[in-house]
Write a protein that binds this ligand. Sequence first.
Ligand code: 2AM
Ligand code: CA
Length: 266
Amino acid sequence: MRLSSPHINLIIKSCIKASKSLIRDFGELENLQVSTKSPGDFVSSADKRTEKIIIGELQKAHPDYGIITEESGVINESNIEKRWIIDPIDGTMNFLNGIPQFAISIGYEENGEIKCGVIFNPVTNEMYYAEKGSGAFLNNTRIRVSKKKKLKDSLLVTGGPKQISKIKDKIFFEYINISKNVSNVRKYGSASLDMAFVASGKFDGYWQRELNYWDVAAGIIIIKEAGGFVNFFDQDKNYPLKKNIIATNSDIHDELKALIDKKDIE
Ligand code: 2AM
Ligand code: CA
């Protein structure tokens, strides 16, 4: 690995440890006990086990740090200065369907700012990581966002709406509007890997509504350190952990934002 600060080392170590059982589970999907939290929102025993291993490793080193996770909620709530933001399996639906497009995503936040993050796809062994001021990497290679200048030539990725969404029409409207103005749009089902793919220049941009902070925390620093832009729109002050995100290279950001702000279909 090309970065070696204590925080990034610790995240990488816990990712690799947790990925061992995750890979085993992926190979034995039929034995997993799947329960339904709500329509469109599945959680598996693999999710919980992965999270437990990650939390165990991180807490061994820093028992006092705050933790925000998908499965366990908030730990050490009073520590808002230093906290880990964890998604044990991002792309749960892909995972459960045997599609190897999912990742462990962990970010480290200090005083409200993400300082470093790791997104690890344990099936393909692709580890995306970054630390503020030190660049973004995929395994041993430095990554950068694409150089696409115009939105109309761009390949974008998006996700949602979730099954339980109350704004499906709005999301589909946005999809139509945007897809008419770009080269093409993909939907891959893992927010963190979508962001990692923007950071490494595979996609030119990404947007999605109704995400949770743990879906995007690591991706924020990885895209920024790869030279891209990350922005949040239509934020609800009552739900600071809910996110609507745009993440792009530096050239198409304003054009995409303007399309999202558009209210009428053309
Ligand atoms: P998850 O796999 O950890 O649930 C899919 O569009 C992306 O949106 C995934 O990264 C998925 O994360 C995230 N997402 C967040 N909340 C979701 C929900 N309730 N249903 C489906 N996907 C959700
Ligand atoms: Ca997620």
